[in-house]
Design a protein around this ligand. Structure first.
Ligand code: CP
Ligand code: NVA
Length: 336
């Protein structure tokens, strides 16, 4: 049956089938080819999307803006200065935005907020990152995996190092379970993902041929890995006070060149970015002054190694976000 995502929200990959996710990846590839060929594809001229950012962003904001403009749409950015959640409820905001926009992106805190927005909006709502999930990042990551390792994702092994109970760890576990990929969360026990989500993912993995493992030892986890993935140890919105504990807990889960070399030959290193791999950031410098560490979740050597595909991932954010907007707004260059 032909996949049709017109009118759907994009809140978490939990809501999507393997066939639907594969369709979005294929659509992203086709849209990327159009852009690379220097051709215009503007089927959504005259439409507008609202981009709500309650947390900071470089990649996601730029991707939504560029992708929307490429498709012919206008964008409105809402951040600090809006009434959302302060003077106006999420439900009322959804009702207001629905009258002016054809789609709404939301980046913020609890997943419940984006779900609430979607409940009251009558246009598609897209999750641009919540504490629990970052689904558009996963589409970019899987597209990059296909480009670097081959089209067939089934049977690949992804190891996630670090805080595996937050948005990136959760999202990877769901994506792998849906797509038939072997997922390993490599972390101290207290950073393992929520058991309820693990159980749901195990059930999906049973059907897809993937698997979910929770492993404490990085050397054991990395064996035969195709992808080594990590993310910041302290996420947006978390208090500064947690740094000391996170550094102590996650230091031994840092991705190094030695760890990459212990994986499958040709393995790739991925990171959603931004990354703390040197002292060239305000926070990186502050952490160095306070704790004496110059690199955090990934060493600079690993980050800049030939195995690292982090900037390809960043580019693919735009192509995959374009696919999400196109599909949910009902356009496809091969169907129009
Ligand atoms: N990876 C990612 O979401 O980056 P930004 O926070 O810059 O959007
Ligand atoms: N876990 C990170 C992801 C950033 C893209 C955060 O939420 O800050």
């Amino acid at each position: 049956m032909m996949v049709d995502l017109k009118g759907r929200d994009f809140l978490t990959l939990c809501d999507f089938t393997q066939e639907e996710i594969s369709y979005l990846l294929d659509l992203a590839k086709r849209l990327k080819a159009i852009k690379k060929a220097g051709k215009l594809y503007q089927p959504l001229k005259g439409k507008n999307v609202a981009l709500i950012f309650e947390k900071t962003s470089t990649r996601t904001r730029c991707s939504f803006e560029v992708a929307a403009h490429d498709l012919g749409m206008g964008t409105t950015y809402l951040a600090e200065g809006s009434q959302i959640g302060k003077k106006e409820s999420i439900a009322d905001t959804a009702s207001v935005l629905t009258t002016m926009f054809e789609g709404i992106e939301y980046r913020g805190y609890g997943q419940a907020i984006v779900e609430e927005l979607a409940k009251y909006a009558t246009v598609p709502v897209w999750n641009g990152l919540t504490n629990e999930f970052h689904p558009t990042q996963l589409l970019a990551d899987m597209l990059t995996m296909q480009e670097k390792l081959g089209e067939d994702l089934k049977g690949r092994k992804v190891v996630y190092f670090g805080d595996a109970r937050y948005n990136m760890g959760d999202s990877w576990m769901v994506a792998c379970a849906k797509m038939g990929i072997h997922f390993v969360a490599c972390a101290p026990k207290k950073y393992f993902p929520d058991p309820e989500l693990v159980a749901r993912c195990e059930a999906w993995a049973k059907e897809s041929g993937g698997s979910v493992s929770l492993i404490g030892d990085p050397k054991e986890a990395v064996k035969d890995a195709d992808v080594l993935y990590t993310d910041v140890w302290v996420s947006m919105g978390e208090p500064d006070e947690v740094w000391a504990e996170r550094i102590a807990d996650l230091k031994t889960y840092q991705v190094t060149k030695e760890l990459i070399d212990a994986a499958k030959p040709g393995a790739i290193f991925m990171h959603c970015l931004p990354a703390f791999h040197d002292r060239n950031t305000k926070i990186g410098q502050e952490i160095f002054e306070k704790f004496g560490i110059a690199e955090m979740e990934v060493t600079d050597e690993a980050f800049t190694s030939k195995n690292s595909v982090v900037f390809d991932e960043a580019e693919n954010r735009m192509h995959t976000i374009k696919a999400v907007m196109a599909a949910t707004l009902g356009v496809d260059p091969d169907r129009d």
